[in-house]
Design a protein around this ligand. Structure first.
Ligand SMILES: Cc1ncc(COP(=O)(O)O)c(C=O)c1O
Length: 391
């Protein structure tokens, strides 16, 4: 049988990261390419206990169809948590539970895009989101990322130029892949520009709670008195990516259309998974859990930076991130990124080429992304040593 796939599929590339990860399952390749939480960060015993309790005491609720907007106790806790702890959300905002943050990008594209529309995004940016936007026919317009976030002059020029800009997509904290954080001044400017040009903001913040150094910066959503920010959050990096529980905090008027868009995709997020997340934060306290995670990753990031100082100093350029899971590094001039990444695999270490994150498909990039959460400490040390010797 000869299959004929849609034209839209031809705009989508397999995730370079997932392709690279196939190599890391070989066992002899050190995984510096993934974005997985560290095995030691999973609250496995607590989740095992909670799951057994739910399935013993409340099995039908957990296994029955659920409400598309999400499991009510989780929504209620989350709404309170975001408001009290993060200063986010007003009476005019609502919550939609998502099957992973990724679904937020998919639903935003689906619910907001008309033919010819444009997304303004950071360049580089998260490949999963770019693929979701592309799959809905949105055209990507990239804005360069500086050490303190999006270049605001380039953003303004793009807004002036692109009459069909529908929303600005940003990852303001510990950006994936660049690792940088947008300053408060730039967050205010971005908000003001979006308001001025009548464009929405899609704020994607899966790493916001993973700050190891420095002080938290208010989210863009917390500045939102005009109902123009759609805020995507996730428990993937903080509790478990396999549970696939994320959320969207959005202006109440948008809840209906987004819920209908979600119903067509998966009806609702698995109820058992939402119950596990809810019970975990109630029993163990989210703040206490996050404090433990920060300790694990602060140590791992310090170890990575220490090894990089020893083995990569003068060979790679990078900005030390204050949180998140990634360090973005510029290769020396004249080094071909694809060739270097291929040599890394052959040498026993996997990293992601910057090309994978380009807003303009196929554009060359002199960068590689290194992840420090997935490998063991020994793998991290050895992996960076190998990178140094290859360079
Ligand atoms: C910036 C960004 N947004 C969204 C996601 C997707 O998160 P989830 O696993 O919750 O779908 C990721 C995952 O790596 C990410 O880095």
């Amino acid at each position: 049988m000869q299959y004929r796939f849609s034209e839209r599929m031809s705009t989508m590339k397999p995730s370079a990261i997932r392709e690279i990860l196939k190599n890391t399952t070989r066992g002899d390749v050190i995984p510096l390419a993934a974005g997985n939480p560290s095995p030691e960060a999973f609250p496995t015993t607590a989740i095992a206990e909670i799951t057994a309790d739910i399935l013993t005491n409340n099995p039908i609720a957990a296994l029955q169809y659920g409400i598309s907007e999400g499991y009510a106790p989780l929504r209620a806790w989350l709404k309170r948590y975001l408001r009290e702890e993060k200063g986010m959300g007003t009476d005019a905002d609502e919550l939609l539970i998502l099957t992973g943050a990724q679904q937020g990008m998919e639903l935003a594209a689906k619910a907001l895009r008309d033919a010819g529309d444009v997304v303004i995004c950071e360049d580089p940016s998260f490949i999963g989101s770019l693929n979701a936007f592309r799959s809905h026919g949105l055209r990507m317009v990239g804005v360069p990322v500086r050490d303190d976030g999006m270049d605001m002059d380039a953003l303004e020029a793009a807004l002036q130029r692109e009459g069909r800009a529908r929303f600005i997509y940003t990852i303001p904290n510990f950006q994936n892949p660049a690792g940088v954080t947008m300053s408060l001044e730039k967050r205010r400017k971005l908000y003001a520009l979006a308001l001025q040009y009548g464009v929405l903001i899609l704020e994607d913040n899966p790493y916001g709670d993973l700050r190891y150094f420095g002080a938290d910066i208010p989210t863009i959503k917390s500045l939102d008195s005009d109902g123009i920010v759609l805020y995507v959050g996730s428990f993937s990096k903080t509790i478990s990516p396999g549970l696939r529980v994320g959320f969207l905090l959005l202006p109440a008027g948008a809840l209906g259309p987004f819920t209908v868009a979600k119903q067509a995709v998966d009806v609702h997020t698995p109820v058992l998974n939402q119950m596990i997340v809810n019970e975990f934060v109630q029993r163990y306290g989210y703040a206490e859990h996050l404090a433990r995670l920060r300790e694990i990753y602060r140590r791992k990031l310090a170890l990575a930076l220490d090894c990089m100082e020893t083995h990569l100093r003068g060979k790679l350029e990078y900005v030390a991130p204050e949180g998140g899971l990634f360090i973005y590094c510029k290769l020396p001039e004249g080094v071909s990124t694809p060739e270097f990444c291929a040599r890394c695999i052959a040498g026993g270490v996997a990293v992601v080429p910057g090309t994978a994150f380009s807003a303009k498909e196929g554009e060359d990039s002199p960068y590689i992304r290194i992840n420090f959460s997935t490998p063991t400490d020994a793998q991290l040390v050895r992996g960076i040593e190998i990178l140094g010797s290859l360079l």
